[in-house]
Design a protein around this ligand. Structure first.
Ligand code: GLU
Length: 487
């Protein structure tokens, strides 16, 4: 049997960057080995799970182009792929464990458990369940049931065992079974806990490699004990390192956007996100830093996954995204920019005229070297759209005070009126003519024209600004500037 890996999100919220990275590493590992990538849903937290979250997670994976071969919405012979649809299977495995003496019913109340925890803590020991209900007779059980107590099922943790985990990233990791305490595998409502259900799923789905976040490393000994009890070899594990913020803390909501959808909404490109998250904890052997998902499939390997934490550096993401923006077609970028530039009043695709489409494409081409993600397009609208420049301040105002400015702007205005078409090339010639006719250096012409049109001393090329503004807006902006700032 080939390599079989899975991504098993809990559908309790959107897909986060860390989850997307786990999904990607599994996907790449499967592709590289011509294996199978499965996506399933760990929805046993009934209160926090929702179909909506599940749907959103799947949509985010699709957006990233992380495709799965088997699982939710795709199907496969190992389904169903949602844990709440697999309860009968967990029950079967529970019975097996109980029959073999590897699990038992526990009737302890919350108060009793709390007392035990406090007593252990007072003695300086790790709070854990000491196995009070391990050896209940059937009479004792019947008695407790009569009292209306609903049992949980606990796993019988063997004493004094060194639990070895072979981890492809961390090497051989050893845990001591003492100190784990008999843990719950089925809650009193009959719903299995994560550590149990995940093992049943991994076994029944033939999972060969478990690639997941480091936060699950401490769960792994509990899972390995269940494999042992069931007499099944555990899969290979690969725990990928935590993602930290640039201050070295755990990435959290406070660091800004942590969900994939946040980036989608801001107009990041999925291929850039994939490229960026691939480099969170994995490093290629060479210097190259840009990879498509298909190129990653060739070069990815678990032995280049790092043990040290990955750092989520937004500047690096922006740098990578800017690279992909430069390569993307303006039509595609136009659609991504549109939600961020409503003030342009451009109708949605299919409803806009050819001129509007052309204008939008030219706008995107004029700014695509200057932005890191499409939401930044908004900051450029004022240069290209509308009949009023921003009010000049400071240095810009200073530029307008030059003694040559009235004649430059007057000549510019007259020439714009005469010009047949305001193409970039024509604008270039026109500005050159002005420098010649007035015998001025380029800067003394370009700067006042720039400030008159935009109110700014920096900004996009005038050869882009003027054609996109169009004759009418150009003339109006010059008039406004002349009337307000020139005497
Ligand atoms: N539902 C778990 C999570 O979202 C999956 C853990 C695992 O892959 O085993 O973190």
């Amino acid at each position: 049997m080939g390599i079989r890996v899975r991504f098993a999100p809990s559908p309790t919220g959107p897909l986060h960057i860390g989850g997307a990275r786990s999904a990607l590493f599994n996907y790449l590992w499967a592709r590289k080995n011509k294996g199978t990538f499965i996506v399933r849903s760990e929805d046993t937290d009934l209160e926090r799970s929702s179909r909506e979250s599940e749907h959103n997670i799947l949509e985010a994976l699709r957006w990233l182009n992380i495709q799965w071969d088997e699982g939710i919405e795709v199907g496969g012979v190992h389904g169903p792929y949602r844990q709440t649809d697999r309860l009968a299977l967990y029950e079967e495995y529970t019975e097996k464990l109980i029959a073999n003496g590897d699990a038992y019913f526990c009737y302890c109340t919350e108060e009793e458990l709390e007392q035990e925890r406090q007593a252990l803590t007072a003695k300086g020991e790790t709070p854990r369940y000491l196995g009070k209900c391990r050896h209940l007779t059937s009479e004792q059980r019947a008695d407790l049931e009569l009292q209306g107590r609903k049992p949980v099922v606990r796993f019988c943790v063997p004493e004094g065992q060194a639990i070895h985990i072979s981890d492809q990233v961390r090497g051989d990791v050893v845990f001591d079974s003492n100190g784990i305490g008999d843990y719950v595998i089925v809650k009193s409502d009959g719903i299995p806990t994560y550590n149990f259900a995940v093992v049943v799923d991994d076994i029944t789905m033939g999972i060969t490699h478990v690639i997941r976040g480091e936060e699950h490393l401490s769960n792994t000994p509990r899972q390995v004990l269940i494999y042992q009890a069931l007499g099944v070899a555990a899969p290979e594990f690969a725990h990928i390192s935590l993602i930290l913020n640039t201050e070295g803390g755990k990435m959290s909501k406070r660091d800004g956007d942590t969900a994939v959808i946040d980036y989608q909404k801001k107009g990041y490109l999925p291929e850039a996100i994939v490229n960026f998250i691939a480099l969170l904890g994995w490093a290629p052997s060479g210097e190259e830093e840009f990879y498509t998902i298909d190129e990653l499939t060739d070069v990815f390997s678990l032995d280049r996954v790092s043990k040290s934490p990955a750092v989520f550096d937004r500047n690096k993401l922006n740098y990578i995204n800017a690279h992909y923006i430069k390569k993307a077609a303006p039509e595609r970028l136009a659609e991504l920019a549109l939600p961020h530039v409503e003030e342009l009043g451009i109708p949605p695709l299919g409803e806009r005229s050819e001129e509007q489409q052309q204008w939008l494409n030219d706008f995107i081409s004029a700014i695509s070297e200057k932005i890191s993600y499409m939401a930044e397009a908004r900051e450029f609208v004022h240069y290209f759209h509308g009949d009023r420049p921003l009010s000049p301040e400071g240095e810009a105002l200073e530029v307008l005070r030059g003694e040559q400015v009235p004649s430059v702007l007057a000549l510019f205005r007259d020439k714009v009126m005469e010009l047949e078409s305001l193409s970039g090339a024509n604008v270039k010639t026109l500005l050159k003519q002005i420098t010649k006719e007035l015998k001025l250096g380029g800067k003394l012409v370009f700067m006042p024209v720039r400030v008159a049109l935009t109110g700014q001393i920096h900004g996009p090329e005038l050869y882009d600004v003027i054609p996109l503004l169009g004759r009418e807006n150009v003339l109006k902006r010059v008039e406004v500037t002349m009337a307000r700032y020139l005497r």
